[in-house]
Design a protein around this ligand. Structure first.
Ligand code: NAD
Length: 456
């Protein structure tokens, strides 16, 4: 049993402590699960239209607090204010979308001789959502909104560094009329509160987003209880640029495809694969685009990139980029804060760690390729398989390469990966299961098959 503890929350742009929050102990997790289980029984018995109405009210209350939530995210995570507003809006949209599914969560009727066969989708019970620090609000909502809509209770454990928006969302839920204890937020350490949630027999499913290392550990603990688990892990996504692409457009889109959120994005296109015949021209155009990215105060509307989340993340990113590395480099503020400039490594060995491992910072590597087969080989030369982009004017090639790249979320002539109404998830070591999209609610149900004999 661990002692009571607290967590300091730092502003990553200034290194100042902006808040201190309580840390949940295993005993706190125990108590929260018992409260959640009781609330869930009442919630799942309520009329679907009533549950949907409460979730829509929650969405409306979040909508009324977008500015406040965004300001909190700027302070605790260093997100640019424009991104932070979008993230709070994403929570609202997810709640609305999930609310629309409550009355549409249908079972099936299957032809079976001698009677009637139906499937019933039952809620799982108490869901544990373990969220990371890179997108604290959206990722918390990806699990929470559909789980609630499907009739479950949720206990959310935000990351140590970014608990503030999650804690505020729990208050807003109560303000919106969500039943007490149905959605609880426990701030705390991963190895204490997160671990207790994973091990708790009263938690039916864990939705985890974070590192592959922690994800594997959680999966093996879940296996011991045959607990349901969804894993959204890392990525090392390719941005494949063929010689026949609209090169200006591909170059213009490349910087923010790996610099958004300071590169702390599991879908970041950090391996820029460029067909050899246009490689030099691509770099010539890319250099000024990288150098002109505005890095600085995340609260300033003009800023495109803020700091990294923490000192340890900064040290990790630095370890991949030696001072004498051949690279295109942008700018970053000096002084306090966890700053790293936009960096594109050129002339790197495709097998080196910077080209194969997830850095989770504003660093990409450009790698030349010869032809379509070579591009596919390079794109798949990683343990990850989350996202990727294909730039070409040839529709047949776009479809062939989309089919051949082992990744869950691909885009052609764009870098879009995540929409709340389309499925999202990884191949290979990037994860297990899918979130979002039309089946999001079903992932929080158990299917029961019932056969009713009609024999006289
Ligand atoms: P992490 O995986 O350790 O943390 C993610 C979440 O898991 C946090 O809420 C944390 O408290 C919790 N957690 C940690 N250990 C746990 C345990 N034993 N049991 C239950 N919960 C636990 O990630 P991190 O240490 O914050 O970051 C390390 C690296 O992970 C980053 O550098 C980056 O490469 C990667 N990462 C990926 C994503 C993603 O979206 N895929 C998000 C965050 C971090």
């Amino acid at each position: 049993m661990s002692e009571p503890y607290e967590l300091d929350v730092l502003n990553p742009a200034t290194e100042e402590v902006v808040a201190t929050v309580p840390g949940a102990t295993p005993a706190d997790v125990d108590a929260a699960v018992a409260r959640a289980a009781a609330a869930q029984r009442v919630w799942s018995a309520a009329a679907p239209a009533d549950r949907a109405r409460v979730l829509r009210r929650f969405a409306a209350v979040v909508d009324g607090h977008i500015g406040e939530l965004a300001a909190l995210e700027v302070r605790e995570a260093g997100h640019t204010v424009g991104n932070a507003r979008w993230e709070a809006g994403n929570v609202r949209d997810l709640l609305d979308y999930a609310a629309g599914g409550v009355e549409r969560l249908n079972g099936r009727q299957i032809p079976v001789p001698g009677g009637l066969d139906i499937t019933i989708l039952e809620p799982l019970g108490v869901i544990g959502v373990i969220a990371p620090w890179n997108f604290p609000m959206p990722i918390a909502a990806w699990g929470t909104a559909p789980a609630l809509a499907a009739g479950n209770a949720v206990i959310l454990k935000p990351a140590e560094t970014t608990p503030l928006t999650a804690l505020r969302l729990a208050e807003l839920a109560l303000e919106a009329g969500l039943p007490e204890h149905l959605f609880q937020v426990l701030s705390g350490r991963g190895d204490i509160a997160g671990d207790a949630l994973v091990r708790h027999p009263g938690v039916a499913k864990i939705v985890f987003t974070g590192s592959t290392r922690t994800g594997k550990q959680i999966m093996s603990l879940c296996a011991g209880q045959v607990k349901r688990v969804t894993l959204e892990l890392g990525g090392k996504s390719p941005n494949i640029v063929f010689a026949d692409a609209d090169l200006e457009k591909a170059v213009a889109a490349a910087p923010m495809s790996f610099l958004d959120n300071s590169g702390q994005d599991c879908c970041a296109r950090t391996r820029i694969l460029v067909q050899r015949s246009v490689h030099d021209r691509f770099l010539e155009l890319l250099a000024p685009a990288i150098e002109s990215v505005v890095v600085g105060d995340p609260a300033d509307e003009r800023t495109q990139m803020g700091p990294l989340i923490s000192k340890s993340q900064l040290e990790k990113v630095r370890s991949y980029v030696p001072d004498d590395a051949q690279a295109i480099r942008g700018s970053a503020p000096a002084g306090p804060g966890f700053w790293f400039p936009p960096t594109v490594l050129t002339g790197v060995d495709p097998a080196c760690p910077a080209a194969t491992e997830e850095i989770f910072g504003p660093v990409a590597a450009v790698l030349p390729f010869d032809d379509e087969a070579d591009a596919i080989r390079l794109a798949n030369a990683t343990d990850y398989g989350l996202s990727g982009s294909i730039w070409t004017r040839d529709v047949g090639r776009a479809l062939r390469v989309s089919g051949a790249v082992s990744a869950g979320n691909l885009s052609v002539n764009s870098h879009s990966s995540v929409r709340y109404w389309t499925p999202f998830g990884g191949y290979k070591s990037s994860g297990l299961g899918r979130e979002l999209g039309p089946d999001a609610l079903t992932a929080f149900t158990e299917t029961k098959n019932v056969f009713i004999s009609t024999e006289a």
